[in-house]
Design a protein around this ligand. Structure first.
Ligand code: URP
Ligand code: ZN
Ligand code: ZN
Length: 480
């Protein structure tokens, strides 16, 4: 009888800490052995010449999230999780969104209903807290954190979601007491409303004006404010989808003071610019997201922040709205003002291949940094480590086997999401995952889906255990 259910043989196995050429033995969905010349597996994968990495964790993606404006997300847990798996991701963490006037429990129950029987990979939930009533702060939030919903996003913009500073302080205070992680969407709402009104009054309504309504100073001010509020309460926070220099400066300053300020960025801030919003025939709407993509100099700042450890997490912020669709980007028609166009960009499948090709294969990021950003740090940040996010004895066998020689011309046709475009159409990439395994089961086998919807399990999260940001590490105290 074979010693293992699966053996992955002879690949270069990399984690956030190191790399070595070894075999991986898998039994009952877990990694049980790492070593040279392991015994036989019932099934084996020859990974010679391949790079074997922990399956990615996309800790910021939106699937089937109820919307207030009549728009509809194109991906549900089935298409979204399939698309994620094809791009090397084995855990997704989308958002159960509290509606104003609604409860957190209602949001969670509704979202479990939407996920039920659909996902091909494992999933956890973040919460979006949009209505922090005394009941939510005093009872619901502490109770759901104990139940495994240990992270939540708060918004400083969007009328239906935003919190004022007093409300933010209250939410941060609960997070400090209960040991939860707060993700902050940092843009100044009043500045955006004021700029939008002026642009629209001047007839400047084309998609490209979205970027003018949300300039870097708007993000900088809110980032600074969020950091100050977190410092006041003495709680770690994570600033999501950071777009460029101004916010990076605030975050890096806070980290250098020793504050536990964490940060996430996304592919759109490395590979798109505001010029992508300035395309004729409503094409620019495809790249409307918030904060907006900036320019080449800002892309460079983001790369630099990834290299230097200012960012801990690299997520997709997959927000899937079809372009040619009255429930998508065309919600109010082609001539609608930018302010009426649903915000968001698809990217759950391309997140890791883009960073692998343009970061790892170009030598900008080493494999350890790539794994840390895409898998290990998100697992730590959101209470899933070490079950997820690494290759270690005892961890779930969530593994992506990458072919670093595979050349891929990216087109929307080859992707598995339900969106009718990718903003990265026509890009030439090097490297793509060939086999993807979730809890010891092959879900993608050399380009073919081999998993049934519904096999993905819900993951209650523990308390976050993030490492301090690299730039905020204190010297090791050693007794004389
Ligand atoms: O434009 C974006 N980022 N849409 C998704 C929602 C969010 O704020 O993350
Ligand atoms: Zn956001
Ligand atoms: Zn988002």
């Amino acid at each position: 009888m074979a010693e293992y259910d699966y053996v992955i043989r002879g690949g270069l196995v990399a984690t956030a800490a190191d790399e070595s050429r070894c075999d991986i033995g898998i039994r009952d969905g877990r990694i049980v052995a790492l070593g040279a010349s392991l015994g036989a597996g019932e099934r084996e994968i020859d990974a010679t010449g391949m790079i074997v990495l922990p399956g990615g964790i996309d800790a910021h993606c939106h699937f089937d999230q109820p919307m207030n404006d009549g728009s509809r997300m194109a991906d549900d847990f089935e298409s979204g999780s399939i698309s994620a798996a094809f791009g090397g991701t084995t855990t997704i963490i989308p958002f159960a969104c509290q509606m104003k006037g609604g409860t957190l429990r209602d949001a969670i129950t509704d979202y479990h209903g939407r996920a039920e029987g659909k996902a091909v990979i494992d999933y956890a939930f973040h919460l979006i807290v949009s209505d922090p009533t005394p009941g939510v702060l005093g009872q619901e939030l502490p109770a759901v954190i104990k139940d495994g919903y240990t992270s939540f996003k708060i918004y400083m913009t969007y009328d239906d979601l935003k919190l004022n500073d007093r409300q933010i302080l209250d939410v941060l205070d609960v997070a400090r007491r209960e040991g939860a992680m707060v993700m902050v969407h940092a843009e100044n709402s009043d500045c955006i409303a004021w700029l939008t009104e002026r642009l629209e009054q001047a007839g400047k309504t084309a998609p490209k004006y979205h970027a003018e309504a949300r300039p870097p100073v708007v993000e900088r001010e809110a980032t600074h404010r969020a950091i100050s509020l977190a410092e006041l309460v003495d709680v770690p926070i994570l600033i999501v989808h950071v777009s460029g220099r101004e916010a990076v400066a605030q975050i890096s300053h806070a980290q250098s003071k020793g504050l536990r300020i964490y940060a996430e960025t996304c592919p759109q801030y490395l590979f798109l610019t505001a010029e992508d919003l300035d395309l004729d025939d409503f094409e620019g709407a495809k790249c409307i997201c918030s904060p907006p993509p900036r320019d080449a100099a800002n892309q460079e700042i983001i790369w630099n922040g990834l290299e230097r450890g200012i960012f801990q997490v690299f997520s997709s912020d997959h927000a899937p709205f079809r372009h040619d669709d009255p429930q998508g980007k065309m919600l109010h028609g082609k001539n609608a003002s930018f302010s009426k166009i649903p915000n968001g960009i698809p990217g759950v499948e391309t997140r890791m291949p883009l960073l692998f090709s343009e970061g790892v294969m170009t030598g900008r990021l080493d494999l350890q940094r790539f794994v840390a950003l895409t898998a290990t740090n998100p697992a730590r940040m959101y209470g899933l480590y070490p079950r997820k996010g690494t290759i270690a004895v005892g961890s779930d066998a969530d593994i992506a086997i990458w072919d670093p020689r595979k050349d891929v011309l990216l087109t929307n046709d080859m992707l598995h999401h339900n969106v009718d475009y990718t903003p990265y159409e026509g890009r030439q990439l090097r490297g793509w995952p060939r086999w993807v395994m979730s809890r010891g089961e092959l879900v993608v086998d050399d380009g073919k889906l081999t998993a049934k919807p519904g096999r993905g399990e819900f993951l209650p999260c523990d308390q976050p255990t993030p490492a301090r940001p690299a730039s905020a590490r204190q010297p090791l105290a050693v007794a004389e």
